[in-house]
Design a protein around this ligand. Structure first.
Ligand SMILES: Cc1ncc(COP(=O)(O)O)c(C=O)c1O
Length: 437
């Protein structure tokens, strides 16, 4: 970067442009410095006017899971952008191949159909509509601490603490119920949760249940071992549709293509993917649903179709990316890499300010707490994040108490980079200790 960039900056006052024209709610309030990215490669980001790059442990909220500008994906994107094989509502080769691939990833016994859209929230809305259409029922059940996006329908199933529902102007959570999520870090038992769900199903016309197999925005909160399997069985017994939202933790992040398969769930009704399935270059999302669920969907189509839902660019990259992942067995290496990184990060847990270092694959997180009260502290978390930024490490706060920090490395992270992540976080922690002592 360096001097050229500084020259450019001095010609245009971007900070003023930001103050005058950028929407304030489109900017994180976590960072106390105005930074403008100008280049990104792998896990490194260069900001305007700064010589040294920053280590990016957020990766656009897991949407560039292979790192920024991963060369094989850049090559795929360049090739795909030069050809157009998707003309509005005709099916392209890439689209059909990708549909078959995703369908067979969910099940080789049952038939699944795939519907694509733009972004995770759209997939969640589509899936909820599919539950309602296919059952003729209205209510949805979701879980405390869950996040599924910010469209009107998606927000209806999000924990109130994770989305500002007053911004919608009208109540968004009509026809939804929330129940406690039995996690490895709370004392909610699987039977208590399932009993609550059973009662809701008995008393109301429940169409579906939506669950993240590991809560992502909640701060990588893991389910108790038998929970997902028992939930799936309960849904089957009661003819309630189960949506498994793998948008954040699926597609390799937690060490496998799908997380639910690691927890023993077989042939779920609906599975959702998005984020990095097109390498982060186009926000493709996929609703992979038992084909019978589409039986009642009116063929008029427009209730589901959107202008870009079959983007030639997005689906072309996604289809070629699946082939790359298969060829290079990229996800197979994630569990070992994750274990190595988690072990190296053990020093974090020794700090009195840190609790619950946890991880599965390369989905790693820890919480920041007050060392005396042991309670979550969003204030200390903000300080931690700003000390990380001084160390040129980008992190962000999540979780219902805004005190969880997630470590989201690239899925193709090297052993050297694992060492760098751990060294840098050690420096961040020391800076933080020096600041708060
Ligand atoms: C589990 C989950 N579902 C849905 C979404 C919504 O995706 P998008 O932000 O692309 O609308 C997110 C976003 O973080 C998510 O983590």
């Amino acid at each position: 970067m360096g001097s050229n960039n500084k020259k450019y900056s001095s010609e245009i006052d971007y900070a003023s442009l930001r103050d005058m024209y950028a929407c304030p709610c489109d900017e994180s309030k976590m960072y106390d410095k105005f930074l403008m990215p100008v280049k990104a490669k792998g896990m490194w980001v260069w900001f305007d006017g700064e010589e040294e790059p920053y280590l990016d442990l957020v990766l656009n909220y897991s949407s560039v899971n292979f790192g920024h500008c991963y060369p094989p994906i850049v090559e795929i994107a360049k090739k795909v952008v030069e050809r157009v094989d998707q003309i509005h509502s005709f099916h392209s080769k890439d689209k059909l191949e990708l549909s078959e691939y995703l369908s067979k990833k969910v099940s080789t016994e049952k038939n699944y159909k795939v519907y694509f859209n733009i972004g995770g929230s759209a997939a969640v809305s589509d899936a909820i509509r599919l539950c309602r259409y296919s059952t003729g029922k209205r209510y949805m059940i979701s879980f405390d601490g869950s996040f599924h996006g910010v469209s009107h329908t998606a927000a209806s199933v999000v924990d109130d603490r994770l989305v500002a529902k007053e911004q919608f102007g009208i109540p968004v959570s009509e026809y939804t119920f929330s129940v406690p999520f039995p996690s490895t870090t709370n004392d909610v038992s699987v039977s208590y949760c399932l009993e609550k769900i059973k009662k809701l199903i008995e008393k109301n016309d429940v169409a579906g249940i939506i669950v993240e197999p590991i809560q992502g925005a909640g701060g990588f909160i893991f389910p108790k071992d038998s929970f997902l399997e028992e939930l799936s069985e309960l849904c089957k017994r009661n003819e309630v549709k189960l949506i498994i939202d793998e948008i954040q933790v699926g597609f390799g992040r937690a060490g496998d293509f799908f997380v639910y398969q690691q927890y023993g769930v077989i042939n779920p009704d609906i599975v959702l993917l998005s984020k990095s399935i097109a390498g982060g270059y186009f926000p493709v999302s996929a609703v992979i649903a038992r084909s019978t669920l589409f039986d009642n969907v009116p063929l008029r189509g427009t209730a589901f179709q959107t202008t870009f839902n079959n983007s030639s660019f997005g689906l072309g990259i996604a289809n070629q990316l699946m082939k790359l992942i298969e060829r290079e067995n990229i996800f197979d290496k994630v569990p070992e890499k994750g274990d190595t990184l988690l072990k190296k990060l053990n020093f974090l847990d020794k700090s009195p300010y840190v609790a619950d270092l946890r991880g599965m694959g390369l989905a790693i997180a820890f919480d920041i707490i007050d060392p005396v009260s042991k309670m979550p502290s969003d204030k200390l978390t903000k300080i931690f994040i700003s000390q990380c930024l001084k160390e040129h490490v980008i992190t962000y706060a999540c979780g219902v108490n805004f005190n969880s920090i997630k470590i989201i490395p690239s899925l193709v992270v090297t052993n050297e980079e694992i060492d760098i992540i751990s060294e840098k976080l050690d420096n961040c922690l020391q800076r933080f200790h020096n600041h708060v002592k």
